[in-house]
Design a protein around this ligand. Structure first.
Ligand code: SF4
Length: 448
């Protein structure tokens, strides 16, 4: 059987909808069975000496990219942003008054949306307000996601003033036909100029996000994009699979008039990008990231301490992440708590002096064990099941049988190893340990 026949067979068997496992249980299993008092207890339970991480969601963008799966809104006036900032500051106060003093912060991450939609002074105001309730020090990393089409000198100066350590630029694809289809035209020269401006101002840790599976992409276009991206020498690249979920994001329907890669083409595009990035000396990290070998993500992978959370692969070791803003998710050892999704619910809760808690899940001791197992698999492609015997169901070996037979997984005693052939199907392997997983379309994006 030649390689392509084998890929076809594997895709037929295993390319079904599975969670991304940025959390376990995944967000699709969140329910409304989590209350204000649960959240208060979780915040109060954080030890004052343990550092936490903070996530701030800025749900605004200048234009809508048609592939977008984020909680964001395109505005034509800044006044809703001003109202949002007032609510955000109140939420920070509410949370800050519920913790045991000023907790030290490992990582402060601004995501969205486009955090650079904010006016520079508003970004500074948010950081200053956070500093009143949390200990933001020289040890704190500040990461911010940005849209390179709208990143001006004044905002870069604000980044320097607040001490931004790392910036993630949405690049996605450099091909013009792809950019037209996705409604995100940003020529290579524009991104190149943005990277130069950041480096000229001393912001040297730069990440790029690329996407595989967008309309009009071919193996040739993604190969060109990967070469161009690498030529700008970012420290890290995330190469995400496009998640086509039009039942949740209606605007994605507009992409269906363009040719879009099927599972096999996406598989081959991933291989092509992998070859290019490795030829530029990037190391593959987990299932969908690349980093220079000097980057902390590569170092963490080498040392077996890579982590995975809602932001993807990370070196952040905080046991708790507190989220602020609509739809943001807070993560604790024993629970996930998500804020209200709609602006009206968020506003009403904050104006009533309540946490804008909407849904989440409490993790039993068994869930916590499985969460560690799945994270280990997603980060290291191997796990010793001996340490997880008390958590895994007795049927896991039946579920793994076909994966072993197809050469995707090897069992060496209780040590499970995902082979190179199996790595593209890592999420499928992880799902064998997920007791809540059911094969269902329209719940998650497909494995490839
Ligand atoms: S800039 Fe990012 S968050 Fe905003 S619409 Fe585009 S993909 Fe979505």
């Amino acid at each position: 059987m030649d390689k392509l026949d084998n890929i076809n067979e594997l895709l037929c068997k295993y390319n079904y909808a599975v969670p991304r496992y940025t959390s376990f249980p995944p967000a699709t299993k969140f329910t409304q069975d989590i209350s204000q008092s649960d959240y208060t207890a979780l915040l109060k339970g954080l030890p004052s000496s343990n550092a936490v991480s903070l996530y701030v969601h800025i749900p605004f963008c200048h234009e809508l990219c048609l592939y977008c799966g984020c909680n964001t809104k395109v505005l034509n006036s800044y006044s809703p942003v001003e109202s949002y900032i007032k609510l955000l500051l109140s939420e920070i106060t509410l949370v800050g008054e519920s913790t045991n003093g000023k907790l030290p912060v490992n990582l402060l991450h601004f995501g969205g949306g486009s955090p650079n939609y904010l006016k520079p002074n508003d970004l500074k105001l948010i950081v200053a307000h956070i500093s009143e309730f949390f200990d933001i020090s020289k040890q704190t990393s500040i990461d911010i996601e940005s849209d390179p089409r709208h990143l001006g000198g004044e905002m870069i100066k604000a980044f320097v003033d607040i001490g931004v350590t790392r910036i993630s630029l949405g690049v996605q694809d450099f091909n013009h036909d792809v950019q037209i289809a996705i409604n995100r035209v940003q020529p290579f020269e524009q991104v190149k100029a943005c990277v130069k401006k950041l480096r000229d101002n001393g912001i040297n840790k730069i990440n790029f996000d690329l996407i595989i599976g967008l309309p009009n992409q071919t193996i040739e276009t993604v190969t060109d994009t990967a070469h161009l991206a690498a030529s700008l020498s970012p420290d890290r690249l995330a190469v995400f699979p496009y998640a086509h979920v039009p039942w949740m994001k209606k605007h994605q329907k507009l992409l269906e008039k363009y040719p879009m890669a099927d599972g096999k083409e996406r598989f081959l595009m991933n291989e092509a990008v992998d070859t290019v990035l490795k030829s530029h000396d990037y190391k593959a990290i987990g299932t969908d990231h690349y980093a220079k070998s000097s980057d902390s993500l590569a170092v963490a992978q080498n040392n077996g301490v890579l982590r995975r959370n809602f932001q993807g692969y990370t070196v952040d070791i905080s046991e708790a992440i507190i989220g602020f803003g609509h739809s943001s998710i807070s993560s604790f050892k024993s629970a996930y708590v998500q804020n209200t999704i709609t602006p009206a619910d968020y506003r009403n809760a904050i104006n009533n002096g309540e946490f804008p808690v909407n849904r989440g899940v409490k993790l039993s001791e068994n869930d916590q064990g499985l969460s560690r197992l799945i994270e280990e698999l997603m980060c290291n492609f191997k796990v010793n099941l001996e340490g997880y015997k008390d958590y895994i169901g007795s049927d896991y070996s039946d579920k793994l049988a076909t994966l072993i037979q197809d050469g995707l997984v090897i069992m060496d005693g209780m040590q499970l190893i995902i082979t190179d052939k199996g790595k593209p199907f890592t999420r499928v392997v992880a799902s064998c340990f997920d007791p809540y997983f059911e094969k269902q379309e329209n719940q998650h994006a497909k494995a490839i």
